[in-house]
Design a binder for this molecule. Sequence first.
Ligand code: UD1
Ligand code: MG
Length: 453
Amino acid sequence: MNSLNVIVLAAGKGTRMHSDRPKVLHKLAGRALLQHVLETTSQLQPSKVCVVYGHGGEAVPEAMAEFDATFVLQMPQLGTGHAVQQALPELTGDTTSLVLYGDVPLIQAATLLPMLTASHALSLLTLHLEYPAGYGRIVRDAAGKVTSIVEEKDATPEQRAIKEVNTGILSAPTRLLRHWLAELKNDNAQGEYYLTDIVAMAVAQGVEVRTVHPKHSWEVLGVNSKQQLAELERLWQREQVHHLLAQGVTLADPARLDVRGKLTCGRDVEIDVGCIFEGEVTLGDRVHVGAYTLIRAASIAADTHVAPFSLIDQAEVGSNCFIGPYARLRPGSKLHDGVHIGNFVEIKNSEIAANSKANHLSYIGDSTVGSRVNIGAGTITCNYDGANKHRTVIGDDAFIGSDTQLVAPVTVGRGATIGAGSTITRDTPDGELTLSRSKQTTITGWKRPQKGK
Ligand code: UD1
Ligand code: MG
């Protein structure tokens, strides 16, 4: 597969999306349609990737900046053949060029690889459809050899009855592609330069035309409307659920789970309804994820239990932890084994050592917390002075009484106890009780004001 060129057509307007955003930047499973195509493309290890864009201006190249691709503007859009013509100056070498569509996001490398094996031939990805309306039809002769592709608008009634359709994805020897594209004309029903006209040219020159079929029909479905986008999202989710179930993951309801990235699970993992997984997520053996939990780019080690309505974002969670319900782990949170984080507790950019607990209503930010620490309800690290962030360090075996404010930078000693309701502004010694609290007084005989008559 040396010197493979991939051309991704992405200039179409996407009128039926009814959106100001270019069609290929709409998201499926959390990633732009074009991003899916470019990620699959990179699995083919091409020497050149060329994206033909048009509508939406620079938004498309800007959104795809992470990819090693060349962006070529097609303005105006005069058809698929015209689109590929714009890419020709960018193509390298003399071997194969593969044409993909930016709005056909689920095409898989396993389907494309067989299209790249015959470097002398024109390979078309085709499919048989019960209802072929809207697609170009594959015309074959009596011997079954492909003779041309005819667009629906140019087709005779007999040709319209053909059920083998053109998915639009094709590969061709780059040298021949250049030659054919130079010959294209737009004397057809739509006045466009059809890429599909190269098929009849290949046949006339005696170049072999092969057809390859997708492994799954959903791979070649395109997105032209929000309806189709939603349908494709469901198809893709069903596909991912299928893999998870096959691996032995228990899903309370396979229809109520969304994987927007890559979810890797150990054995006997259980996931309740309504959970969303984004980016790369790893769940260890016997992890249980409670209902309506969102986990993004995080790893959770074995036997940890996440209770419902939790949000775990770019965090690392050890084994045997209890998280939630209603817990929020923000980026840079690292919890060691046996940590308990309870309801309405927010952890940010903090490391919490083994067996420590913050069970209720706390904010722990920019902190280093030792082992076996108990953080009482309502404890807050005051890490931000309006300009800078400061660290809080809590030693092993410390006990932080409820409703404590730890004004960073501050260190609580090992085994130290902080009395409830304290505002701690200076470091506290190991093993001692520290508290800051005004003395309780009682005014005897005090009477509550009464409402006037
Ligand atoms: C095309 C094929 C048709 C096939 C169908 C599959 C041609 C002439 N027809 O038809 O045989 O069955 O796809 O969906 O190729 N694009 C550009 N610039 C343009 C025109 C299109 O970049 O000037 C891009 C679009 O953004 C889209 C793709 O090319 O990603 C296909 O364009 P579309 O207009 O959907 O082609 P169809 O007419 O549906
Ligand atoms: Mg189309």
